[in-house]
Design a protein around this ligand. Structure first.
Ligand code: MTE
Length: 316
């Protein structure tokens, strides 16, 4: 698998810091970072116990509605962004393998009539459905993933947002004992994300509880993560413990970490470049060459109306 240079994926100052560190750490370590442009596929490591053991992963179809093939289970579960564990995508799965995602509760509150704390068993009562979505990472690679989950709108309806609620804010677990990346004081933990209420209520927006017919493995955000298929992958906050309905636009992890590079909306848009690279094309993991990036990641028909009249260069 072709890899993306670390310089492309890490906030610049952090990349430089890491690089300086690695330069100091000798030739072996240097190779680890700078060979990130290599073309070798990551060797699959042991399958985490709650990634389904030895059973063959299940999905109802082998492609999405555009005919794009599903990304293999092993790749989906061994090429991950989860900064709480590591900045290196291939290190996340082994580092997360003992993450304790049960028991788990999600506190839903803020501007709602019926604040509630849900156990995972409560959320699994919402009918779980398979949704095959393309995931387009801001780093210009993509995958096609068969998620299991339910529309976020069902959970929001249960807590009854008040008329003052305009946005939804999500928060990941804060536990640096289990998540070594949270000891990195450069970032402001916990990871947080936000959606406008109408985006959150849109039927495409789901809370995922599984993939390939199995419970989510830790590296993909066990036991519950957001999936918003028309936005860059970083909006898909993992291992959620808290959801608040709020009046003001939430400030996300990435808006805090690199404010000149990441905005609130993060809609996939081939015409708006990242300050350090183009978003016009992407590498589908497992394919040679590149494909053109589709506006709203190919979901324009369903979601473009949400942004009618907005200047998408300003609201990126
Ligand atoms: N959620 C948390 N809590 N921490 C993270 O670092 N990374 C995001 C998103 N959710 C991230 C996160 C990014 S950048 C991407 S592309 C997706 O998760 C990747 O999801 P995947 O590893 O399941 O493919």
């Amino acid at each position: 698998m072709e890899k993306i240079p670390a310089s492309e994926i890490t906030p610049e100052h952090l990349y430089l810091t890491r690089r300086q560190f690695m330069l100091g750490a000798g030739a072996l370590a240097l190779g680890t970072v700078l060979s990130a442009c290599g073309v070798q596929a990551p060797a699959p490591t042991a399958t985490p116990s709650n990634a389904g053991g030895v059973d063959a992963p299940q999905a109802s179809k082998s492609s999405d509605e555009l005919g794009d093939k599903l990304t293999p289970f092993d790749t989906v579960t061994h090429y991950n962004n989860f900064y709480e564990f590591s900045l290196d995508k291939e290190d996340v799965a082994p580092l997360a393998k003992d993450f304790k995602s049960s028991p788990w509760t999600i506190k839903v509150g803020g501007l709602v009539n019926k604040p509630q704390t849900f156990g995972m068993e409560d959320l699994l009562k919402f009918a779980q459905e398979e949704r095959i979505y393309r995931l387009r990472c801001v780093e210009a690679w993509s995958m096609v993933i068969p998620w299991l989950g339910f529309p976020l709108s069902k959970l929001l309806a249960a807590v009854e947002p008040t008329s003052q609620a305009k946005y939804v804010r999500f928060e990941t677990l804060l536990d640096s004992k289990q998540m070594p990346g949270q000891r990195d004081a450069y970032f402001k933990w916990p990871y947080a994300e936000g959606l406008r209420l109408d985006e959150a209520m849109h039927d495409l927006t789901i809370l995922a509880t599984g993939l390939y017919g199995k419970p989510l493995p830790p590296q993909d955000g066990a036991p519950l993560r957001l999936v918003v298929p028309w936005k860059y992958g970083f909006k898909s906050v993992k291992s959620i413990v808290k959801i608040d309905l709020v009046a003001e636009m939430p400030v996300s992890f990435w808006m805090t970490s690199a404010p000149s590079e990441y905005g609130f909306y993060a809609n996939v848009n081939p015409e708006v470049s990242h300050p350090r690279w183009s978003q016009a094309s992407e590498r589908r993991i497992g394919e040679l060459g590149r494909r053109k990036t589709l506006v709203y990641n190919g979901y324009a028909e369903q979601v473009a109306a949400l942004y009618q009249g907005m200047d998408l260069r300003k609201y990126f």
